[in-house]
Every structure is written in C-alpha cells, then in structure tokens.
Write a protein that binds this ligand. Sequence first.
Ligand code: DOR
Ligand code: ZN
Length: 421
Amino acid sequence: MIIKNGTVINPIDQTAVPLEIQIEEGIITAIGTNLKYSDQEKIVDAKGLYVAPGLIDVHVHFREPGFEYKENIETGAAAAARGGFTTVVCMANTKPAVDSKETLQYVIEQGQKTPIHVLSAACVTEGMRGTSITNMAELKEAGAAGFTDDGIPIMDKELLRTAMEMAKKLNLPISLHEEDPSYIQNNGIHAGKVAKQLGIGGSPSIAEESLVKRDLELACETGVSINIQHISSAKAVQLVREAKKRSDAVHAEATPHHFTLTEEAVLKYGTYAKMNPPLRTQQDRQAIIEGLKDGTIDLIATDHAPHSVEEKKRPLTEAPSGIIGLESALAVGITSLCKSGYLTLAELIKKMTLNPADLYHLDAGTIEIGKKADLVLFDPSETWVYETSVSKAENTPFIGQTLQGKVKMTICEGQIIYQDK
Ligand code: DOR
Ligand code: ZN
C-alpha cells in the first residue's frame, strides 16, 4: 500500500510535511517523495488530508466483562476505529474488576479479536476496595499495561505509597482518579452555581485538589510514573505544574469535555454532562487549556464511559457518571484547541499519540520506517454533524453537534479498519 498526496504529521519534531508512506505487511517500509511502487500496490489518495500516527487513548471503559449491556470490547473497538484510535488502554472497573490474571487475560484475548490494539490496565487494589494491593508483579507478567483503580480514588495513603513503590519497580505507570468522597455530596456535578441553582450539593474542586496534592508528593518521593487522570480544576493543574519541576515522571491527562465545556452544560444536556470529576468553571477550563499549552498536561484521553439510555434517563442525582468520547475526540480537540489557536495540529496530535505511548512504554505513536503502520487520515477543516454512534451508547453532549475535523480513514497494522463513507 502507498499513501500519496497527504501531509504527514510527525509528533517527534511536530512538523507537518507533504510525504508519501509505503506499507508492506503491516510495517512502514518507506517515507519520502516520489516513492517507487509497483502496479499491484494499493494506492490511498490522501489529497487534502493529514496523516498522523494512529491515536492512542490511555483511558477507556469497554465494560467487558460484566457490563456488556453498556458496551463490549468489540463495540468499543469499533468506536475507537471510527475516531482514529488504533490503541486503547481499558480501565479495570469491570465486573469482576481486572484484579486477577484470569480476568486480565480474558480482556486481552477479547481485545485481540478486534482490529485495534486493546490493552488493559489492572487494578491497584483487590476488587478496587482500596484495602489490599493486587499481585502487581503477576499482573504485569500477564500483560497489564499499567495500574489504576479509576472510578474510585485510593484513600489509604500508605497503601498507595507501597503500590507506587511496586509500580516503580515494575516500571509501569499508576493512573489516579482524584476525588476525595468525604467532600462530595453528589457525584458528577461541580459544587458551584449550577448545583446551587438545581438545589444539589455537588462535588467541589477541593475534593480533587486535596488528593492531587497528596499523590504528587508521594510520586515525587517514590519516583513512580503517575498520571493524574481527567484533571478538571485550575488548582490541580497548578499543583501538577509545580510537581513537574521536581519529577519528570509526573503526567496529567485532560479530556475533550473538560477543555471544552463548563458546569453550565448540565443545564443544557442534563445527565449527558454528568461525569466524575465534573465539568467546572470557565476559569478551570481556561487553566486546563493553559496547562495543555505549556505542557503541564501532556496527554489527552477520552474517559470513554458508556452507559445505557435507560441509566442516563434517571434523575440527575441518580444517573451514573460518565460520557463516551472516542468518536468525537479528535474533532473536539481540533474545534476547541486548534481552531481557537491554542495548539497547533501537531501539538494536539502529540498529546494523542507520542506522549501516551511514552508513558505506557508502547512501541507506537510515531510514523517511522520499520514501525507498525498504525495511522489516521483526517481532514482538519471538514465540518460534520455527529449524528449516531457505533458504540452501544450515545451518552455524550456532543451528539447532534456540528464539529470540525473529520476522520476519513483509520489504518491498523497496514489494514484499513475504518473508512468514512
Ligand atoms: O464519570 C466517570 N465515569 N468517571 C470515571 O472515572 C469512571 C467512569 C465510569 O466508569 O463510568
Ligand atoms: Zn474513567
């Protein structure tokens, strides 16, 4: 296969240059101009398109095993492919949770049946109960990409320190959901003016900041690679900025919804704007954008969190938290960050490819000779309406919205796994 006429984004030096890419048996074999090719070779015309490394999302919930009515690994992978993602890391809050090598192997095996690379994190604590640490060494041996109790914060500081020391020894990252429940009256809604207007208690920023502060200190002490997940508060961004001066193993991710929307979205979209941690204020959103601009926040992750229509129809305080994000992430990134001039396309792509690959030690996230041909072809200017989802779920405020930036083709190991009609 040869991809011609496209502009190739290289996240290493953040350039975008007209180049051709040749692929043989799933591997990139040549990059250049006027490449020689035979008549039999398939030609992909990328005229007007950008060609980037396949996107990598280190934070998805594919709900299998246990909650397949929300999503399964097959439908989650289809949504990923449609969004331009070729690698995802599944979170461990399934049923059973991914706290044993048997469950982990099940997820990995199901993932291998999909056209993308489905990796899985394993739990930090057994059953995500926060009381005893899993057999992390055995889980690494069985293929764990990293460790997390995402969905539930880890409250026992000394336990977390021990887990961090082990993760450091195993050379795998720990990803942390930072929200101290003792401050929270209602999950998923910021304890601010909208919550007040609705007469509910909500979840204040301090719930996030207190744990971020504690865990950055622990991370600097232990030297472990950590990822502060779905950062949502201005102060938390500032804490990460300061910690990064002390340790280069500190990382943070932001979701497309947190850099695009604020608490007001709850009034418009109801439970489709309910997630943990919640959408906060304009000042928080701007601080997240500043963090993305200055490198404090080095990853963009979706927290793709499917829930059923029935569940999201429940009243605001009873519906589960979380929204899907894989199909709209690139477009929301382009619309909210690039169109407004906050990031260049190459800077955005780096936070969705190379940086997540580096954190998880993945041999992916670049376009280089000898590497797997995992690629996304997209038109950054095309506008489109996000009408339907190939996920089992449709719980996102972006459904029905006009977005800029359309994925046209996704290629994984040289195979076309998604093509826009
Ligand atoms: O809103 C959320 N939903 N945040 C999380 O961290 C977990 C997720 C879920 O599993 O639904
Ligand atoms: Zn999550």
